[in-house]
Design a protein around this ligand. Structure first.
Ligand SMILES: Nc1nc2c(ncn2[C@@H]2O[C@H](COP(=O)(O)OP(=O)(O)OP(=O)(O)O)[C@@H](O)[C@H]2O)c(=O)[nH]1
Ligand SMILES: [Mg+2]
Length: 197
């Protein structure tokens, strides 16, 4: 699939209705700073669409982007940002969980994990949470440009092990150079119209 249009729709501080709701949603979840907002920018080929930052804790609301007038990408705050104030972290967790458990139009989630690190306890919890709520998900190993191709296979194995995903189902991806973007788009296509895969 090709992305031909992408526009920001709205930010929500809690799960509720929004303009256009009803189209399928695909959510991005993962630790703060793992590259959720950057992934949206790379896929849409618009570096200014979602706000990103070298500092964790940039995305603080549920941000909805309408893609091809066919589905929404949902950018969520990250978890596991140790330095954030406790109340703030609790608020983000409520937002993330409220959205994931509340949206009946959520079709799929991408669980992002940094390819260089073993998944954290929070990542495992998120994978368990998605399974618990029967939300189908794909694990994406981000920042693939940060390791050599020779180390990629082993890195994908440990990301898979830590999240309970099959290593061959873990998609390596780089927002920096676009590596893995085609596979990610194919996955989105498959999620949206399984019969045409
Ligand atoms: N080298 C490299 N850097 C990346 C990649 N993806 C994201 N980054 C960098 O990682 C930092 C965090 O990226 P964001 O996209 O803001 O991360 P996020 O997951 O949205 O973070 P929060 O909104 O805080 O939860 C930024 O400095 C990005 O430029 C990647 O694939 N490769
Ligand atoms: Mg973000």
């Amino acid at each position: 699939m090709r992305i031909t249009s992408a526009r920001f729709v709205t930010s929500l501080d809690a799960f509720k209705s929004f303009p256009g709701r009803g189209l399928p949603e695909i959510a991005l979840v993962g630790k703060s700073n793992v590259g959720k907002s950057s992934l949206i920018n790379r896929l849409t080929n618009n570096s200014k669409l979602a706000k990103t930052s070298a500092e964790p804790g940039k995305t603080r609301l549920i941000n909805l982007y309408r893609i091809n007038d066919a589905f929404f990408l949902t950018d969520l705050p990250g978890y596991g940002f140790a330095r954030a104030p406790k109340e703030e972290k609790a608020r983000w967790a409520r937002m993330i969980e409220g959205y994931l458990s509340g949206s009946d139009t959520l079709r799929h989630a991408f669980l992002l994990v940094d390819i260089r690190h073993d998944p954290s306890d929070d990542d495992r919890m998120m994978a368990d949470y998605l399974r618990h709520y029967s939300i189908p998900f794909t694990v994406v190993a981000t920042k693939a440009d940060k390791i050599s191709g020779a180390k990629r296979g082993a890195a994908l194995m440990s990301v898979g092990r830590g999240t309970g995903a099959q290593p061959w189902d873990v998609l390596p991806f780089s927002s920096l150079n676009g590596f893995g973007g085609d596979k990610l788009l194919s996955r989105i296509q498959a999620v949206l119209s399984p019969a045409e895969e």
